[in-house]
Design a protein around this ligand. Structure first.
Ligand code: PLP
Length: 376
């Protein structure tokens, strides 16, 4: 792979040389003091990222615990739902989950919840805003869990977590939020938005290698967890007990934890406010450049929603839809990689990420390359 190959896919994103070096250190046991120190560094830095994702460095939660899993965000999403409404122990009644779906990852939560509980989804066309009145009508006092994706990576729409959090809190439902492509790159306020469990992935805004994910579980969520009701590997009571001594219940992915620790410490060093500003400026630059090229952004905003600050989804023009592969190949031939649409959006859109530690030059190179590919 060329050293200057530019990954602009919405994950995995580029990682620094220091992260790569950390992953190639000599192996240690996951029960050693060396490993515990690595996990503790990752937890401390993650605590900062989860609770101080604000422009002014304000702290938005203080009583929770950061966990890291050997597994990508889907595992963390499943762990959250299963520990809150799982019935594997045979003890629980069938819980009720309201998943909000307006893209592929909202649908993923719904598919997960379907395995553990009765599901009463609120759905909108992918890329369109959810109807908050419908959410109000659907969430009731029988609702155990509401799930939602903050930044819908499949469409480039930023969903209104605060408004939905208010509705969940009115009915004392636990609120599980996928912040996979926002946390570490955009503002996220745990207590103000009534979030009980937030999950994120290493390979997105954290700019760490793919393979691990992280969760922030508030005290309120921890009280509601029933580890016996979840898959054995995802028993969060057990993960939390072991995390107190900076260990995981099973063998930790040592090199990935090391890479994650370095990447998240880099975020703390940059400063959350600066990082959020940078992501907002870079995504604005992408949106303005693509609009200036005469292209249409895919997401349909309304008053309650915003364009994503970490990922831009653009409708492919008619002439490119005839042979989208040629367009993506022309970009790749210039040493840049972007993504197409997922599921039924394949061949209809392209997606470009500004997650992680990209420079203005890299953003400009992405714009220039995409512009040239259209002209080819
Ligand atoms: N949630 C969101 C918003 C995502 O963008 C992704 C991956 O792109 C996931 C969840 C799932 O991540 P993974 O497939 O790595 O488990």
């Amino acid at each position: 792979m060329r050293e200057d190959f530019l990954l602009l896919n919405p994950g995995p994103v580029p990682v620094t040389r220091e992260v790569r070096q950390a992953m190639s250190e000599p192996m240690v046991s996951h029960r050693s003091a060396e490993f515990e120190a690595v996990y503790e560094r990752a937890q401390d830095a993650l605590d900062h990222v989860f609770t101080q994702s604000t422009l002014d460095g304000e702290t938005t939660a203080s009583d929770g615990t950061s966990l890291v899993f050997n597994g990508t965000a889907t595992m963390a999403m499943e762990a959250a739902v299963a520990n809150l409404v799982g019935t594997l122990s045979g003890r629980g009644d069938d819980g009720k989950v309201v998943p909000l779906v307006n893209g592929k990852f909202g649908r993923r939560f719904k598919r997960i919840a379907d395995r553990y509980a009765s599901v009463d989804p609120v759905e909108a066309t992918w890329g369109h805003s959810l109807d908050l009145d419908e959410v109000r009508e659907t969430v009731d006092d029988d609702t155990d869990v509401v799930t939602m994706v903050h930044n819908e990576t499949s469409t480039g729409l930023l969903n209104p977590v605060e408004e939905v959090g208010e509705i969940a809190a009115e009915h004392d439902a636990r609120f599980v939020v996928d912040g996979v492509t926002s946390i570490g790159g955009d503002a996220f306020r745990i207590d103000d938005w009534n979030v009980d469990v937030a999950v994120t992935d290493a390979q997105k805004c954290l700019a760490a290698p793919p393979g691990t994910s992280a969760m922030y579980a508030t005290e309120r969520a921890q009280e509601a967890f029933d580890g016996d009701a979840a898959p054995f590997y995802e028993d969060l009571d057990w993960h939390l007990r072991k995390a107190d001594s900076h260990q995981t219940p099973f063998t930790s992915a040592v090199p990935l934890f090391r890479g994650l620790a370095v990447a998240v410490e880099d975020i703390v060093e940059e400063g959350m406010g600066e990082r959020i500003e940078r992501h907002r400026e870079q995504s604005r630059a992408f949106r303005e450049a693509f609009t200036a090229m005469g292209l249409d952004l895919f997401a349909e905003r309304n008053d309650a929603t915003e364009y994503s600050n970490t990922l831009t989804a653009v409708s492919l023009p008619a002439h490119t839809r005839e042979d989208p592969e040629a367009f993506f190949d022309a970009i790749e031939a210039r040493g840049v990689s972007i993504s197409g649409g997922q599921a039924h959006l394949g061949g209809e859109i392209f997606r470009v990420s500004n997650m992680g530690g990209l420079s203005s030059e890299q953003i400009l190179r992405g714009v220039r390359t995409i512009g040239e590919a259209f002209e080819e």
